[in-house]
Structure formats: C-alpha cells, structure tokens
Design a protein around this ligand. Structure first.
Ligand SMILES: [Zn+2]
Length: 308
C-alpha cells in the first residue's frame, strides 16, 4: 500500500516519507481503513526500490476496509479503461479533492511528546478514537497534504479528470485544467501556474548543498540529444539531510523503475510533477522550494477523448 496511518500522530503518511525518517518505529503504522498493523517495506535509504506498506501475513483487512478496496481498484486498472466516478466520489483516498499544506511537525517520526497539546490537540489519551482529521472517517474524497496522491489520481483515472480539484494559487477547478504537460519542441513562457509535468531524463542527477537540478525530457532535442530542455532547480539549502535524501531517492527510484519498464516493453515512464516558479529570464528553468510540491511517479499517462 502507498500509505498507512501513524498510530501515534494519527496522520496518514505516504510510504515515500519513510525515506525521510532517520528513526522510526516499524510497528508504529496501521491500515487507515481498518486499523490492522502495517509493516513498512523497502524503506532503507540505500534501497533503490520505492517503499510501501504491507499487512503481516497472518492478518487480513476487514471486509469493509476502504484502504484495501482502494488498492484493489487501482490494481485492477479499471480506471484506465472507463470512468469510475461513482467509486472515486465515495472513497477517501483515491482522488483527492484539494491540496491542503499543513504545518510540518518535528516529531513526525513517531516520538510524540504527549504534553505537546499544540501539535496533536485532538489525540486523546488512548490515541485511538478521535481523528485529527475527521475527513478520514467519511466515505468522501479527502484532501491531500502533498501533490503526490493527486498526481497518482491524474495517472490512474484518465477518464475522470473532470473531477473537482482545488489547489491554492492555481487557476482551474478540475484535474484536466490544473495539470499541464511541458511543451515539446519549444521553450515557452507560461503565464499561468499549473501542476506542470514532464518525464525525467535518465542521466545522473546533479546536486550540491544548495541546489538540485532535475533534467526533464520536455523541450528541444536534436539528433536524439537534449539541446535545450526544461529543468527544475530545487533550492534545498534549508532542507534537512533526510529530506534531501528522500527526494533524491524518489528520483533515482523512478529512473530505475522506468528502465525496468522499458526492459519489460511497458509504456510506463518516470514522470516528475511539480508546482514551481518559472525563471523570468531563462524560461527553461523552474524553481521549486517546497518538498511537498514535487514528486516523481512511474506510470503511463493516457489521454482519452472525453465527451465533456
Ligand atoms: Zn485495512
């Protein structure tokens, strides 16, 4: 599974977050749908595979577990064949309705100071019954705290990109008009902010203490070589080492996944999605500062003709 709930903080965390934690309790996670224990897998920093959560072999999800149901919907791939709007409208995690950036907490690794009332004011004494975010209990679309689940939905449900979506600072009200693929064969200025995306080049990603440069494939190529292609400058000078590791791991994992997909003759590519500021002088450069506004996901993005 791509996400699980931290038992102490009650927050739903994406598996990629595990790359960022230096120290966490592997027994500290549970299914957000039914509460069974979930084991973090493949989370070591040196691991080139993307982390995930899986149930222990001796346990099963409850029959009405939303998390389990959602995973099945994605794995069946029905959303890539036709609209599954009814399912998306009634499931919490599949198709986020908006992006809500919450303040980051220093103890996300699981060590919660029970006296710290500001951070988890609604965690009660046994930490079980009350949700920090009541939306998690409803059978309706939940907001996302990073763009990653939103980008997964964009890939997974191409026939339902007319579903509502709200991203602060971005014009547009659904998945179709909030996402924009960077152009091929030209470098242009974009007047509106969108969730831009492009596939990732396979070459080694360069970085130093202040800056990470992500090479994208969109842009101008000649003779199969990038002549002038878009790139993302991630100003990570203020990030912790762990945060830097997480982004770098995600990018290199996506490159590896894309190479593997090519070997298997699949259409999947490594996509980079981001919300950034286009450079005012060099239009091929976008600047990103916030880690929650960039992610890299493997997948095949299709564009069906929609009658809407
Ligand atoms: Zn479950």
């Amino acid at each position: 599974m791509e996400s699980a709930r931290n038992k102490l903080t009650r927050e739903i965390v994406e598996a990629e977050m595990l790359w960022q934690l230096n120290d966490f309790d592997p027994k500290g996670y549970e299914c957000w749908g039914c509460g069974i224990d979930m084991a973090p897998r493949s989370w070591r920093k040196e691991n080139k595979m993307r982390p995930n959560f899986s149930k222990y072999p001796n346990q099963s999800h409850s029959k009405d577990c939303d998390a389990d149901a959602e995973e099945k919907i994605v794995n069946q791939g029905l959303g890539k064949k036709h609209s599954i709007k009814d399912k998306l409208e009634n499931s919490p995690g599949l198709s986020p309705s908006r992006l809500v950036l919450i303040e980051e907490r220093k103890h996300i690794g699981g060590q919660v100071d029970p006296n710290d009332k500001t951070a988890y004011s609604s965690v009660n004494s046994n930490g079980k019954n009350k949700e920090v975010n009541d939306d998690t209990n409803k059978k309706s679309r939940r907001p996302a705290n990073t763009i990653r689940p939103i980008c997964r939905a964009f890939i997974n449900f191409p026939y339902d990109r007319n579903m509502s979506l709200n991203i602060p600072g971005i014009s547009g009200n659904n998945y179709i008009n909030i996402f924009k693929k960077l152009t091929n064969n030209e470098i242009r200025k974009y007047n509106e902010k969108k969730i831009f995306y492009s596939s990732l080049q396979w070459k080694k990603i360069k970085y130093n203490d202040e800056l990470l440069i992500i090479p994208l494939t969109s842009g101008i190529w000649s003779d199969n070589r990038p002549e002038q292609t878009y790139k993302i400058y991630v100003d990570w000078s203020t990030w912790s080492k762990a945060k830097k590791t997480m982004l770098l791991n995600e990018l290199t994992a996506a490159q590896e996944e894309a190479k593997q997909a090519k070997k298997e003759k699949k259409e999947d590519k490594a996509w980079v999605f981001f919300i950034g500021e286009q450079d005012q002088i060099n239009f091929d450069i976008f600047h990103v500062k916030d880690q929650r506004l960039i992610c890299s996901i493997i997948g095949d993005i299709i564009y069906p003709q929609l009658n809407t």
